[in-house]
Design a binder for this molecule. Sequence first.
Ligand code: ZN
Length: 316
Amino acid sequence: MIPILMMLACMPAPQPLSKAQLREAVGIAEGQDPDALLAQVISLVEAHEKEDPVRHPGGPHRRINGTAWVFDRFTELGLEPWIEETDADGEYPITNVLAEIPGKSKEIVYVTSHHDVWYTPADDNTSGVVAMFAAVEAFLDEDLDRTVRFASFDQEETGLRGSNYHYRNTDLDDVVAVVNMDAIAYADRSPGSQSSPTGFSTPDVADFIAVIGNQPAKDLLYWSTQLGPELPHPLHVIAVYGVGDNDKYLLQDLHRSDQSMAWFEGIPAAFLTDTTNFRSSLYHTEGDTVDSLDPRFFAGSTELVIALAWAAQVQR
Ligand SMILES: [Zn+2]
């Protein structure tokens, strides 16, 4: 059975990936080495550790060295990143970093994560940034149908400020999909390790990745459930549809990352997450270290990011 939690019954059916499309997307995602991914996490965590934090009410907040690390990594991989910045938010300056790999059409698929952090955490969201770069590497030498734009947002932790600024100041007419990652490397395979937000029912073992979407993202969600078991590091995927554009107060937990702003623009957007505090006591603490990550799970979730973004850039 395809594990989709349906919040609303009357919606158009998704268009599944064909067997050939599935094989192609999984093929692009092959070759992810858990140790190499963790080495990237360690590198970015070490960059965070060298920065003096700004003390906000939520804790020590770091963003400067993460911004530089992301910019340098894009450059190392041969892309030409650009900066989007503003001081309009006073004590919350924003420096987003973007880069893209052009495709044949003018349509754009976004792959996004955030590089600002509380403390110096591995899961939230160094894991997401590292997965984004795994997608860059996987796509670099491929012929893309659609342009893939990679966006590393700033000031997510202080209220989705970086993505808010971006989505409100960008021409979004050609944007056809968003794949956003926020904390995708923590798992716990013991019974009773998973809890859920009010109104949701999830398995009680914290070994799945949640892929949360608005209704326009129905294909992305369905494809995630098709891709999960086929990946080199097979992944249990739970797809979650919200109501409408998830604009109901009941669903505020679903809005806790940068795809929220894309939902409000009506763009199909999928949010990949290990659900953080619904399975981990380390969320937003000093305990969110690389040792606490699950390398096999992280490799699988990274493969899902790549395969899903690949499927989204194929012109249909
Ligand atoms: Zn986060």
